[in-house]
Ligand binder design. Structure first.
Ligand code: PGA
Length: 256
């Protein structure tokens, strides 16, 4: 059984003060719940404060939204894996569609970052997903295959099992338009079949694949109830501590 993993992608939201304000109610709501892995992914500027708050909290981990593939040096504006490790960061979101479309990240860049994350024992959350035009043109599987081959190239089976994938159809991100549970399940099943083909069945069976795109408390149970959906990457709805706790609790209920 794959343990579900629910991550809060705060994007460019939440000051240090707002981060403190989030954790007080959130930690009360989720209590000692640990049947799902919970990851909070604040902006870089709030990581140190979040790490401090979570220092004695066992069941909530910290993630970053991006990182450099380089170790150190003349890369103005970039953040390295070791800088993140120092702040107790365990996960790093890579290749989010906003990074790909707004900041021009390619599969090759995402692949380099994925290797750099593993080298630093950070667990990458690698995002893939098609645009609306690609879906309308029946290109979903071709796009996903290209992103899987490109972004995950060269990973060992062991590294792949330590990698989380996030299937995020671009048309469902921040639009309020969620993929239907069946559309999401079909994409997740396809992704797992591809991993089986490119690695092997035992490895593919262990990889956790999150769904992302307008996840909210009201649609969590039906999405998370799908056999190949192993968690969620939540944007907008993760900014509200009680709402995000509801998403976590609706997910673990299914695990009973
Ligand atoms: P959303 O964002 O939940 O606001 O749609 C998801 C994401 O971009 O990770």
């Amino acid at each position: 059984m794959r343990k579900k993993i629910i991550a809060a992608n705060w994007k460019m939201n939440m000051t240090v003060g707002e981060t403190e304000g989030f954790f007080k109610p959130f930690l009360i709501e989720i209590g000692s719940e640990k049947r799902a892995d919970v990851v909070i992914v604040p902006p870089f500027t709030a990581l140190a404060k979040a790490g401090e708050i979570l220092r004695n909290v066992q069941n909530v981990k910290l993630g970053a939204q991006n990182m450099s593939a380089e170790k150190s040096g003349a890369f103005t504006g970039e953040i390295s894996a070791s800088m993140l490790r120092e702040l107790f960061v365990r996960y790093v979101v890579l290749g989010h569609s906003e990074r790909r479309t707004i900041f021009g990240e390619t599969d090759e860049m995402v692949n380099k970052k994925t290797h750099a994350a593993h080298a630093a024992t950070l667990r990458p959350i690698v995002c893939i997903g098609e645009t609306l035009a690609e879906r309308d043109a029946n290109q979903v599987e071709a796009v996903l295959e290209k992103q899987i081959r490109g972004s995950l190239a060269g990973l060992s089976a062991e590294q792949l099992t330590e990698t989380v994938l996030a299937y995020e159809p671009v048309w469902a991100i921040g639009t309020g338009r969620t993929a239907t549970p069946q559309q999401a399940q079909d994409a997740h099943a396809f992704i797992r079949r591809k991993l089986t083909e490119l690695w092997d069945a035992a490895t593919a069976d262990k990889v956790r694949i999150q769904y992302g795109g307008s996840v909210k408390p009201a649609n969590t149970a039906e999405l998370m109830g799908q056999p190949d959906i192993d968690g969620a990457l939540v944007g907008g709805a993760s900014l509200d501590p009680r709402g995000f706790a509801e998403i976590v609790l609706a997910t673990v209920k299914l695990a009973r």
